[in-house]
Design a binder for this molecule. Sequence first.
Ligand code: KG4
Ligand code: ZN
Length: 375
Amino acid sequence: MGEGRLPWQGKMGQDSAGRDRGGVKGAMKPVLGIETSCDETAAAVVAGDGRILAEAVLSQLAEHAPFGGVVPEIAARSHLRYLPEQVRRTMAKAGMHFRDLGGVAASSGPGLIGGLIVGCQFAKGVAIANHLPFVAVNHLEAHALTARLPGLAEDGAPFPYLLFLLSGGHSQCIAVLDVGRHIRLGGTVDDAVGEAFDKVAKLLGLGWPGGPALEKLAEAGDPNRYPFPRPMMRRTGCDLSLSGLKTAVAQTVSRLGEISPTHRERADVAASFQQAVVDVLADRAGHAMDMMRQRFPGSKLLVVAGGVASNARVRDALLEAARLQGFRMVAPPVRLCSDNAVMVAWAGVERLRRGIIDDMSVTAQPRWPLEALAP
Ligand code: KG4
Ligand code: ZN
């Protein structure tokens, strides 16, 4: 990417009129970010003004695919094997030495503990050896702050805003009030949305990860063919539940299995399932925006993140839900929606900018709710 500038980025940290748009300003040395919480070994260097100087994501998909999901032990060993080279290459791409950095940030939870330990301890090693500050980044906060990368959203992402995080491991509605200040408004009571997509895709024989394949199959199907349940629709609050929907789909697939379903029938199941999820998400997002407005009347921004946010139907439905509520919606580009190290480095910039540094005694945590970040 030329000069590390993203296609949507203008002058860093400012809009075309030169006003600050929710990012941070001023000179600060670049931060190295490391992401190893699941099945991506990623490193990135982000400048203090938000320029992405280098980034690299190594997916372990091929290693986990034969098992139909992420195998934690394989993930941890793979991070251990590839992270040093990934960091070396990223630093070389940025044209920098460790001593040129302003700090090292690593996803330190929540996630798979083996991988988190690898990334977190590696980052501490680099920090100690080069006398740099270390930042233990909460992976969910990294997703939450991505929208604030200068230039990403036309009108920026000033606090407070609503985050709808839709990934394979998490599905939550979060009020993002500031760095380290979050309120969980609701979330799934059973499966994460990406997990539901993966499980239904598996039922339909689509392999893993199933979300993108299911979206593709659904294109040829009729979303109204099967009236699957829409759990929790219109309930107060913004919790969601997907296990009942998944069971209904499993029963339909098993019935169809007896008559060897045609491609068209499988596509109808995929499209009907996807439509049910889309309806539930739009309804839940609408409720979450209501809750946000009541608690923070000035807030009119919905940020969508996580792998499922790359689903076109989901994006369109949430855009419409936001429009109906008078909210602006920001969805980072797909590569910054799913797990990456740019978001970790950027969270590091935001924290270091506020003077927040972690002690070397901080350890990786498999569970680390956002509320625990409150000072
Ligand atoms: O955020 P992510 O990359 O990784 C974490 O889980 O943290 O999300 C991956 C999830 C997987 O469950 C995948 O099936 C789902 O996001 N996903 C999709 C689509 N692309 C990825 N689900 C539905 N439609 C898609 N196009
Ligand atoms: Zn994630």
